[in-house]
Design a protein around this ligand. Structure first.
Ligand code: ADP
Ligand code: MG
Length: 249
């Protein structure tokens, strides 16, 4: 296969004595939706934070288009095409949908700095913002105040914000959380579409969604990769079933 957009080799992150991500190997390819599943505390969010540069690895290698990036400062990840969904706290609710995305297009800036740009009238990219909003299905709501959006629309907005900087790699940590089944299905369809021209890593706990959209699945338990493979293989795995059900509340 061609060089992965992003690759983790033996990736490890410790917090004191706890090994949150333990010797993880994972390759994300453009054209693939790679789902990461696992019980609470498995290390999925820590993995996302490692791949997006927010956390430094304790050990192991991280490659972006074949180049070592494990020691990069976090801001370089976004500039080099690694996007992640913003948490809802990153949406500025008094501002319009369009303004939120325009400002997110300038990757890796804090809400305060974005606010300052607005009050000082500093310009932010518009074309990328419009394209991202159209892509996630918010094209008709660009002028709406973000605070008036539904939960599902806010989630779409977060994805548009992640897309606006033009990433190659898209890291999405439970973007469907709290959505109703219909909304969730629609957004999962969008993520599938985005995987056509991005390397998408989707963290999601709803197995039905995962098996419907994933091209590849990694199952994590206690920081380690329990199993990795095509959805059909994962679905049939007794080890995965035991681990997953054994941890489920
Ligand atoms: P998941 O997203 O799969 O639920 P996390 O990556 O959030 O798992 O957490 C994995 C483990 O690492 C958990 O035991 C969690 O308590 C721990 N952990 C995560 N972040 C930190 C941190 N900043 N400091 C200390 N422990 C952490
Ligand atoms: Mg998590």
């Amino acid at each position: 296969m061609n060089t992965p957009a992003m690759e983790a080799i033996g990736l490890t992150r410790r917090f004191g004595g706890l090994v949150a991500v333990n010797d993880v190997n994972l390759a994300l390819h453009v054209g693939e939706l790679h789902a990461v599943i696992g019980p609470n505390g498995a290390g999925k969010s820590t993995l996302t934070n490692l791949l997006s540069g927010e956390l430094r690895p304790s050990a192991g290698r991280l490659l972006l288009h074949g180049a070592e990036v494990g020691d990069w400062p976090s801001w370089r990840f976004a500039r080099a095409g690694v996007g992640r969904s913003f948490q809802q706290t990153n949406v500025l609710k008094p501002m319009t949908v369009r303004e939120n995305v325009r400002l997110a297009a300038q990757a890796r800036i804090t809400p305060l700095r974005r606010y300052l740009q607005v009050v000082t009238g500093e310009h932010a990219p518009t074309e990328a913002a419009e394209a991202a909003l159209t892509r996630v299905g918010l094209g008709a709501l660009t002028g709406r105040t973000a605070g008036t959006l539904s939960h599902g629309q806010l989630r779409q907005l977060e994805i548009a914000m992640a897309l606006a900087a033009g990433p190659t790699v898209l890291l999405l940590d439970e973007p469907l959380a709290g959505m109703g089944p219909e909304e969730s299905e629609r957004l999962a369809g969008l993520l599938k579409e985005l995987a056509a021209d991005h390397a998408v890593m989707l963290i999601e706990h709803d197995m039905d969604v995962v098996f419907a959209v994933a091209d590849r699945v990694t199952v994590m338990v206690d920081g380690q990769v329990l199993e990795q493979g095509a959805p059909a293989a994962i679905r049939g795995s007794a080890a995965v079933r035991d681990a997953y059900l054994g941890h489920a509340a």
